[in-house]
Design a protein around this ligand. Structure first.
Ligand code: C2E
Ligand code: MG
Ligand code: MG
Length: 604
């Protein structure tokens, strides 16, 4: 046994200091970098330190490599010899302290020079500690331990709240970030319960801020007890609710990160387990012999597609918490996408829309157009529907403008046109050889280079005759740039398709322009039809539109016919066709086919 090994043995036999597990862990995990021109010194030290529980070492004998090694290794502590050739220890110390990234690095200086001036100089240059050579390994181990523990305390201050001793927002954010990177969040659902003590300011004002702090402290203590024991909730639920972290997120806001078993975030189930916990938390606190009553509002959000970042998660919980505050009861709310701000919803919609077609989230429904005289279905308008797992059902009134502003309407519109044409062929073959399909087209599509060519291509590919297709454009769209639009519409019309002006009467059509437009049909907007309450009514606008259309040799479709009187009236005025709930809401292709076959039977 060499001398080194025997001394190591002695050291490890002797329990030098009583240490808690946390300190041991800190020591084992700390990286110790030694700089000395004598490798043997470092070997001896390393053996001693290993015996004391240190585990990670880096040695540098060439002092010129010190700075670069510090930068690449990022040690926890630097043990620095002062007397070295090339670059002296004091020079290295100076450079370390001058580097903004490294200036906090603990440096313990080791030197054989017992001269007190060197010692003072080293301390002046920022040495954390100083030890004379030959080094007493036990003393060094203890000094290093103290340095490391002090550093850990500083770190802890950064991550923990001084008042409640709970993890703070920074710690909480890091924890969630880590979780989000693992697949754990995909398996079990993780949720944030955000507790806010209502009107905490008035507690501060009434009792003073010191007592206010007492309440916060007491509340934080109680939270830990309540969540540790899942107080007041059924054993079954207790099984599934796992608390991961309770943190103070700022002011009177506390966050609880929980792993939610399946279904725990359903409205009905939350109602089961959350209120008992809230009731426990809201029991009065006694501060200076006075009862202090607190009430809380709780917002709940889950790590899911609505919350892919920590900020999302906390923001969503805050949104829900504000909602909870507004309502009388219950005092909690689950975040749902309709609580989202309009801007955020538009952003989410934009992202979800990119994959909506591939994921088959979009579909067409058809609303029949009825011939007023015969009462038979003459065609249908194709209307787009979108149902997304996160956003739910989104109305075209909401998503079409987003699709237009992002340009995605071009791809979506192409799909609509092609699908509607394919469906029209089926309707013509199975039900009515004269069936006409109306498709809504956005101005953005009309302006897409070669739009008329792509319509032509779709017609040829699907085999639908052009006269069976009606393109609907709204009045406002086409009146925007009259000359350009006349050109575009003519190109379409040259293909043989018809043009219909949607929502007519709501825009600002100039009648002289209307005459110049290559169009075939006007659709009277639903708002004018709504005003018809009896068959004898004058309803001057509808009457004027119908007579104008006929003078221009255009056909008229009445939109939004819900009542028989409305139908009677527009029939009297001479409208050719109508659409509306009276006949049918927009329905699936199968349902429309059924409806057409029934109609035919009635007439036969
Ligand atoms: P629009 O083209 O004027 O379509 C008529 C709207 O009125 C449809 O709403 C329809 O469901 C509704 N409606 C029909 N009959 C009645 C009735 O009797 N009473 C009431 N209250 N409403 C009735 P929807 O499907 O929500 O579509 C809204 C708008 O979204 C459409 O207005 C159209 O501008 C746009 N849109 C729908 N699909 C597409 C599409 O594929 N492409 C483009 N660019 N826009 C589309
Ligand atoms: Mg339309
Ligand atoms: Mg319309």
């Amino acid at each position: 046994m060499s001398m080194d090994e025997s001394s190591q043995k002695r050291d490890s036999d002797r329990p030098a200091v009583l240490m808690d597990a946390q300190t041991r862990k800190l020591m084992a995990g700390s990286k110790i970098m030694m700089v000395d021109d004598e490798p043997i010194n470092m070997r001896v030290l390393q053996l001693h330190l290993t015996a004391q529980g240190y585990g990670r070492f880096v040695s540098v004998t060439d002092s010129r490599l010190t700075m670069s090694t510090i930068r690449s290794e990022r040690p926890s502590v630097l043990l620095l010899d002062l007397n070295m050739p090339d670059v002296s220890g004091l020079e290295i110390l100076e450079q370390v302290r001058a580097d903004p990234e490294l200036k906090q690095l603990p440096v313990i200086v080791l030197t054989s020079s017992s001269d007190p001036e060197t010692k003072v100089e080293a301390l002046q240059l920022g040495a954390t500690d100083f030890l004379p050579k030959p080094v007493d390994a036990n003393e060094l181990a203890l000094r290093m331990k103290n340095t490391i523990v002090a550093r850990a305390y500083e770190q802890r201050l950064k991550h923990f709240d001084a008042l409640t001793n709970l993890p703070n927002r920074l710690y909480f954010s890091r924890l969630v970030q880590k979780l989000m990177k693992t697949s754990e969040t995909a398996n079990g659902r993780f949720g944030l319960l955000l507790f806010n003590i209502n009107r905490f300011k008035s507690i501060n004002d009434t009792f003073g801020s010191e007592q206010g702090d007492d309440v916060l402290w007491a509340f934080s203590q109680r939270m830990q007890v309540v969540f540790d024991h899942a107080q007041g909730i059924s054993p079954l639920r207790r099984e599934t609710l796992k608390t991961h972290c309770i943190a103070r997120l700022g002011g009177a806001r506390f966050g609880v990160l929980v792993q939610l078993g399946k279904g725990l975030v359903d409205e009905a189930v939350v109602q089961d387990w959350l209120p008992p916990l809230i009731a426990e938390l809201e029991k009065p606190f006694v501060v200076e012999q006075q009862d202090v009553y607190v009430s809380t509002s709780v917002g709940i959000s889950a790590i899911d597609d609505n919350a892919r970042t920590v900020e999302n998660l906390i923001n969503n919980a805050e949104t829900a918490m504000r909602r909870a505050k507004e309502q009388q009861s219950p005092s909690y709310a689950l975040y749902s996408s309709d609580m989202m701000s309009a801007a955020r919803r538009a952003l989410l919609m934009e992202n979800a829309m990119r994959t909506a077609l591939v994921n088959e989230e979009m579909a067409l429904v058809y609303q029949p157009k009825v011939d007023v005289r015969s009462g038979l279905i003459s065609g249908a308008e194709a209307l787009l529907r979108w149902e997304n797992p996160e956003l739910g059902f989104v109305s075209p009134v909401e998503f079409v403008p987003v699709a237009e502003s992002t340009g995605m309407i071009v791809a979506i519109g192409h799909w609509v046109l092609e699908s509607a044409c394919l469906q029209a062929i089926v309707f013509r073959r199975e039900c009515n050889p004269d069936f006409k399909m109306a498709v809504n087209v956005s101005i953005r599509q009309l302006y897409e280079k070669g739009f008329h060519q792509s319509v032509d291509e779709i017609l040829k590919r699907t085999g639908l005759p052009p006269e069976a297709l009606i393109i609907e454009l709204t009045e406002n769209m086409i009146m925007d740039d009259v000359e350009a639009n006349i050109g575009k519409l003519s190109q379409l019309r040259d293909l043989g398709v018809s043009i219909s002006v949607d929502d007519f009467g709501t825009g600002y059509s100039s009648l002289s322009y209307l005459q110049r437009f290559p169009i075939d049909q006007l659709k009277v907007d639903r708002s004018f039809i709504m005003e018809i309450e009896s068959a004898d009514e004058k309803a001057p606008i509808v009457k004027a539109i119908v007579s104008l259309a006929h003078d221009l040799e255009l056909s008229v479709v009445a939109e939004g016919i819900e009542e028989q009187v409305q139908l009677d009236h527009i029939s009297k005025l001479g409208c050719e066709e109508y659409q509306g709930y009276l006949k049918s809401r927009p329905i699936s292709a199968e349902a429309l086919q059924q409806l057409m076959l029934e109609d035919m039977k009635k007439c036969a």
